[in-house]
Design a binder for this molecule. Structure first.
Ligand code: FE2
Length: 542
């Protein structure tokens, strides 16, 4: 056994060291005249596709950029207040990127984490690849001491209609969100692009505003059949197995008082999703609010509302979300605006009719985003016949939701981004009086699941999209380690189009068992992803 373990570890080390990866490493740099200039007497290196994403908490931001070199680059960052004139700050922090071959011919994706950020501070940052230095970008951190603010959009799906019109609509939406809403980051509920491997559509989606407004993306059915998604978005705390498909997997982050958990609903493994949610919640017991995001809306009102796969998710997910004390769920897929009643499992709390405010509710609120870019809308389904919808709108105008959350209050306002008029407002108060004690997770069922995280649901696995999640049944320990400063993260391969994107925390406290498990699972994931690729491709037709 010992010999086998040693062999596996050696194999793992060889594989990981043979690819063009770099550990996250942080250092303080000094700005010199030499490194302020890009390329003098040397060939320039093209850099593009910048996307700022959320970090594992409010004190970090992840970043992705593409460069036409296989050598990993670095990102340098510092408070903007330390700039003298237009010169990049003399002192800055530097994070080394992980580099791997991208879906975009000739380009390598560079992904790094900017951490130890101060609250309520504007930062400048830039990329360095060899002697090539990018322009300077900015972003701002929020002050989470009194609450948090973020925005949500559904299905930008660039390329689903007229490409240029979609890109233009996305610019209008991002401009409105960035300049008229007071938010720290933007959640997209999936379908960022229409064709998962289209770099033309990704170029349209990656508006330069996303270099400053941190994105929290979600894997939609249109994002799912290519590794391009994971190459463009550097997400925190990505699960090694739960919700894993070719594009990526489930992930979570904490921002101030709220735990956010993004599920890859292309995976139909309810058991896997439940295990993931439980893990994330157990790791973050102090979160005042719990928000889940996934793409395939289970409480929408357009044509997808009665799709068999949607009905399956509608039967299986709500009891779990209720039991785990989830407060709000954001979804997409159906390109129509729908706000549910507070849902007790699958039962709407509609006795009082539609309300603009609820106090100490015992259920979960579900929001279906409309189109964030205006690229495609669906009308209310002619055969729609369900009692869960409290607010429906299809004005064929792009919308964005602004959310603010204090320890006791969730407030959302939905705007039409073409003129910022208000479509919808809704508030959840944890207590009737601000001085009343807050009872955490009022809808949490004390009857938690068994040790193996299993529930009574078996519907999900029938689809077969991602069988790796079945490992949750066996009680396999999941290594969900977060890359942190000073830790090394091994991930990636240079084999074009066949990236195994399992993040393995290469730290001293990772047990051999976990390493072997992840190693084995990576192989299974690759095999299963290839096997199921045909099925997943068909889902892009919707
Ligand atoms: Fe969509």
């Amino acid at each position: 056994m010992k010999r086998r373990v040693t062999s596996l570890l050696i194999a793992l080390i060889v594989i990981l060291s043979s690819v063009s990866t770099a550990t996250f490493a942080y250092a303080y740099g000094v700005n010199t005249t030499a490194n302020q200039k890009s390329i003098k007497g040397s060939k320039s290196i093209e850099q593009k596709s910048v996307c700022l994403t959320v970090g594992s908490d409010e004190n970090s931001r992840n970043i992705t950029w593409y460069a036409k070199t296989m050598m990993p680059g670095t990102v340098q960052y510092a408070p903007k207040s330390t700039m003298v004139g237009n010169a990049f700050p003399a002192k800055y922090r530097e994070a080394k990127a992980i580099s791997r071959l991208s879906n975009d011919t000739g380009f390598y994706t560079n992904q790094a984490t900017m951490d130890e950020l101060k609250a309520n501070t504007e930062y400048v940052y830039r990329f360095v690849n060899g002697e090539q230095i990018s322009k300077t970008y900015t972003f701002k951190t929020g002050d989470v001491s009194k609450g948090i603010r973020f925005a949500v959009v559904g299905d930008p799906q660039i390329g689903s209609g007229d490409l240029e019109a979609g890109i233009a609509g996305w610019e209008v939406a991002l401009n409105a969100i960035q300049t008229k809403l007071n938010v720290d980051f933007l959640i997209s509920a999936g379908d960022q692009v229409n064709t998962s491997s289209s770099e033309i559509e990704y170029a349209g989606f990656l508006n330069e505003r996303l270099a400053s407004l941190a994105l929290a993306p979600t894997i939609g059915n249109h994002d799912n059949s290519s590794t391009a998604y994971g190459q463009h978005f550097n997400i925190p705390n990505e699960s090694a197995i739960y919700g894993r498909t070719l594009a990526g997997a489930n992930y979570w982050y904490v921002y101030g008082n709220t735990l956010f958990m993004h599920i890859n609903s292309n995976s139909m493994s309810t058991i896997g999703h439940e295990a993931f949610l439980k893990n994330a919640i157990e790791k973050n017991p102090d979160a005042k609010w719990k928000i889940v995001v996934f793409h395939h809306s289970i409480y929408s009102t357009a044509g997808h509302w009665d799709d068999p796969d949607i009905i399956s998710r509608r039967n299986s997910l709500p009891p779990i979300l209720n039991k785990l004390g989830i407060d709000v769920v954001f979804m997409g897929h159906d390109h129509i605006y729908t706000r549910s009643y507070m849902m007790n499992g699958t039962t709407p709390d509609s006795v009082k009719g539609p309300q603009s405010e609820v106090v100490a509710p015992t259920g979960v609120l579900y929001i279906t985003g409309n189109s964030g870019s205006g690229s495609k809308y669906y009308g209310v389904a002619e055969n729609f016949d369900a009692d869960y919808a409290a607010k429906i709108d299809q004005s064929k105008r792009p919308t964005a939701i602004e959310v603010s959350i204090t320890d006791t209050e969730y407030t959302m306002t939905t705007y039409f981004t073409d003129d910022m008029s208000v479509l919808d407002k809704f508030t959840i108060r944890k207590t009737a009086n601000i001085n009343d004690p807050v009872v955490d997770n009022p809808n949490t069922d004390e009857e938690t699941t068994g040790n193996n995280g299993s529930t009574n649901n078996t519907n999900g696995n029938s689809n077969g999209n991602t069988s790796t999640n079945n490992n949750a049944d066996t009680g396999v320990t999941v290594n969900d380690k977060t890359p942190q400063s000073g830790q090394s993260v091994a991930d990636k391969t240079l084999q074009s189009g066949s990236t195994v994107k399992d993040k393995i925390a290469n730290t001293g406290d990772v047990s051999e068992v976990i390493v072997i498990s992840v190693f084995a699972m990576a192989s299974i994931v690759t095999a299963v992803a290839a096997f199921n690729r045909k099925k997943i491709l068909s889902s892009e037709e919707n």
